[in-house]
Write a protein that binds this ligand. Structure first.
Ligand code: UN1
Length: 541
């Protein structure tokens, strides 16, 4: 029987389609007020279900204006060891819990997230500076991940398969591959959890990616030590909410452990501790490959499920709808200030339409309001940190000396204590490191091309292969692009965004080349299998 279509949470879309946009805004505004009224509290870590405190605390401040969101524990290597032990202790009973029950716990969690979605979205906006639309969309994505993985687990009946071979009438005197037997053989093939997973999450999607990675690990029977981003960029409060909602949903004690603290202590312990069977990570390529190398150099054969960034290209061909291209590229490059792995950071546009395209792009970008992202009309909030701003201004300086600034390049004074930067469009040549290095800031490079072949060659000429886009009306170009582009998540003529905004159940979000290791995506049919090892159990009678 065909499965029913996956129903996405789509909060904004549902409110807007039923003419209730004002209610959407009111719910977000009210939640933002409630969240702000709770600022400044002290929060524990949770190990084996118990509140745990460290000797030192971390102060989480909003990138919007520096206001103190809360005080969190500065967990240490010792806490990581305790959490790993707690997760190991919970493994036996959790992994033998039936898959239907595990699926139903994550459906409960999805319902709890859904009930609290405006609150969670408001925390997210304060915590990392996302606009309300991005934040609600991200919470929706988290809910979708939980439901999608629960559906997948059930549709695959927990990934258990049975096969058998009938006895033969033929007899052989010495066996060989495929030899007949006069006995029958029954085989059960099961998928089992690896054990304890370390979940190391990024600041840019602290709700959806943390939830997706944690759910992937836990729904398949692993137990988890979860560390939200907590060094330079901090998203510990959404992390804590995820913990609380999972607990309310029925995730047993010890199955999900929440630690806050630096990667150099906690992340590192997860990598070097032999009690951790696998790591699921989203973040930079340097950190991802560093972890893998470190573990393997120590002879630890851990499973790594990683997504490690991008340098995502878009090609705009002659004859493309330039309004659509300008608008799709502008939001892909500058939504959440370009701080998405999926952000578009390179455009290749046909020489003959370059000027026209750039002026349309600038016109669109000029309409983006920069400021306090809690406000409805603001499209771009602050950069996440002083370090991110340094990356931005260094890149702008480099562009000035080696190329041309076509738009932006300046700090924006909002009167708030945060790092606000103009969306920036630069022209540099293909050899520039600005074309090859992932910057994670609102900077877009533009380059002209003459032959479509050159455009594809330049688009592919980076270490990454995460997302890519094309605007073209020519069938031949579309098929050539789809045939040759080296990226996992690819979009053609997408008006909403050229490279960002993958939707669970519709797309899968997957990187090739330096963007991942195993080339399997999230929100994908093949996601959960990565968290399990297979066992073939044959009994001959
Ligand atoms: C990321 O930036 O790390 O497609 C992930 C998107 C989101 C996921 C982005 N669904 O933009």
């Amino acid at each position: 029987m065909a499965r029913p279509a996956f129903l996405n949470e789509f909060t904004y879309r549902n409110f807007a389609e039923s003419g209730k946009e004002a209610e959407f805004d009111r719910l977000f505004d009210d939640a933002a007020q409630r969240v702000k009224a709770q600022f400044g509290k002290k929060y524990p870590m949770y190990i084996g279900g118990r509140e745990t405190f460290a000797a030192e605390t971390l102060i989480e401040k909003s990138p919007i204006d520096g206001s103190v969101i809360g005080y969190f524990q500065k967990g240490t290597r010792e806490h990581a060891k305790q959490a790993i032990q707690a997760a190991a202790g919970a493994l036996q009973s959790w992994s033998s819990t039936g898959y239907r029950e595990r699926a139903s716990i994550f459906r409960n969690a999805a319902a709890i997230f859904s009930k609290n979605k405006f609150e969670l979205a408001a925390i997210l906006s304060y915590e990392n500076g996302k606009s309300r639309y991005e934040s609600v969309g991200e919470v929706d994505e988290a809910i979708d991940f939980m439901r999608y993985y629960a559906d997948e687990l059930e549709a695959n009946k927990g990934f258990l398969r049975r096969t058998h071979l009938k006895q033969s009438t033929a007899k052989v005197s010495a066996s060989f591959q495929g030899a007949p037997s006069m006995k029958s053989e029954k085989v059960t093939i099961r998928m089992m959890p690896f054990g304890v997973f370390g979940v190391i999450a990024p600041f840019n999607f602290p709700v959806s990616i943390s939830t997706g990675m944690s759910t992937g690990a836990m729904i398949t029977g692993n137990t988890v030590v979860f560390k939200p981003s907590s060094s330079d960029s901090m998203t510990m409060l959404t992390g804590l909410k995820i913990y609380e909602y999972m607990k309310q949903a029925g995730v047993p004690q010890g199955v999900f452990n929440y630690l806050s603290g630096p990667g150099s202590e906690i992340g590192d312990e997860l990598v070097v501790n032999p009690g951790v069977a696998g790591i699921v990570f989203t973040g930079s390529r340097a950190v991802g490959t560093g972890m893998i190398t470190k573990a393997y150099e120590r002879g630890l054969q851990k499973t790594f499920i990683v997504e490690m960034g991008g340098k995502n290209p878009v090609i705009v061909s002659k004859g493309a709808d330039l309004d659509e291209a300008a608008s799709g590229i502008a939001s892909a490059a500058f939504g959440f200030c370009g701080q998405k792995c999926s952000a578009c950071s390179r455009v290749y546009v046909h020489e003959s339409i370059k000027e026209q395209f750039v002026s349309k792009l600038i016109e669109k970008v000029r309409s983006f309001k920069i400021g306090n992202p809690i406000r409805k009309d603001v499209y771009m909030g602050p950069l996440i940190s002083a370090n991110a701003f340094r990356t931005y201004s260094d890149a702008v300086e480099k562009a000035k000396s080696t190329g041309r600034i076509l738009y932006g390049g300046n700090k924006v004074n909002t009167g708030m204590d945060g790092y606000y930067a103009e969306p920036t469009i630069i022209e540099v040549n293909h050899e520039s490191e600005l074309v090859h290095t992932e910057l994670f800031v609102p900077i877009l490079t533009v380059e002209g091309f003459r032959g479509f072949d050159d455009a594809i060659r330049m688009a592919n000429d980076v270490e990454y292969g995460l997302t890519a886009g094309l605007y073209s009306k020519k069938r031949k170009e579309v098929s050539e692009f789809l045939e040759r582009i080296e990226a996992g998540t690819v979009y053609v003529n997408r008006d909403t965004s050229a490279t960002t905004g993958a939707i669970v159940g519709l797309h899968t979000f997957v990187g090739w080349k330096g963007s991942s290791v195993n080339g399997k995506g999230s929100g994908s049919k093949f996601y959960l299998q990565q968290f399990m090892k297979e066992q073939s159990m044959s009994i001959t009678k």
